[in-house]
Design a protein around this ligand. Structure first.
Ligand SMILES: [Zn+2]
Length: 261
């Protein structure tokens, strides 16, 4: 009897790993966007992490988000998940770390395109819009190079009862670098994402030495190479806390206020 139970347990575990292997393969082939929860839920304080970093990695090697209790900004690059903390430190997190909100996908684009921009964050957005003019499907970007006068932020860990994100960002730490080499990772979301995410650009930054990073607030200019990935599918995770919160008070201007300078 005991042997039988063990055998079934082995078969079960094997099936689970096969399943996640298939999902990962499918996510890669279809350039699927994987999203945990909604930004609007995060806005009203849904900071409890439910999906682990290790699980999320089955669905993407590139992206951004935040961590349990809103403890820092997440940057996912080359399949590694980093936390940029409010104290300015950057560390790779354990697979057991839990996540309340994130967007990831597999970056399979091979051909980088040269991009130089100035004119600030708006200049970067305008340059990307010109290179990738479609606006109806999500696009993922990895922009590597040297940047000037870059500004990025992180947010402090929160404790229950969780305040709204509009309150938290009043206590954000802003970091500035005159010149730094690194990668800006992120997405441009279509207008119809307005009930579940930012519309337009959401970008995070991490330095080449993986010592600096955060949510991008501004950048003056850059000499870069861009890898862009057009995304074909969406996989959206509904964490348990979505069932308990009231999202009726979240406005588009609140979202813009927490995501930009
Ligand atoms: Zn962000």
């Amino acid at each position: 009897m005991r042997r039988k139970i063990i055998m079934w347990a082995v078969i079960f575990v094997f099936s689970i790993s096969l399943l996640s292997g298939c999902d990962a393969q499918k996510a890669k082939e279809d350039s699927a966007l994987y999203q945990i929860s909604t930004l609007q839920a995060l806005m009203v304080g849904a900071y409890d992490g439910e999906v682990t970093s290790g699980h999320m990695k089955h669905y993407g090697d590139t992206g951004l988000g935040t961590f349990d209790d809103l403890d820092g900004e997440m940057i996912v690059i080359d399949g590694k998940v980093y936390r940029a903390s409010v104290d300015g430190s950057v560390v790779e997190v354990e697979d057991s770390e839990t996540i309340p909100f994130a967007n990831v996908a597999f970056l399979t684009t091979q051909e980088p395109i040269a991009l130089s921009f100035d004119g600030g964050y708006d200049g970067l957005k305008a340059a990307l819009d010109e290179m990738f003019p479609h606006q109806n499907v999500p696009e993922m970007f990895s922009i590597s190079g040297t940047f000037t006068n870059i500004e990025y932020r992180s947010v402090p860990e929160q404790h229950e009862p969780f305040p709204a994100l509009t309150e938290v960002v009043k206590h954000q730490a802003i970091f500035k670098k005159e010149t730094i080499s690194g990668t800006i990772i992120g997405f441009r979301f279509p207008a119809f994402f307005d009930e579940m995410n930012v519309t337009g650009y959401h970008l995070h930054f991490i330095s080449d030495d993986r010592q600096n990073g955060g949510h991008l607030l501004d950048v003056a200019s850059g000499q870069t190479w861009v890898l862009a990935q057009s995304l074909d599918e969406l996989s959206l995770v509904f964490p348990d806390n979505l069932r308990d919160i009231d999202m009726s008070g979240t406005s588009d201007s609140d979202v813009k206020a927490v995501e930009s300078k």
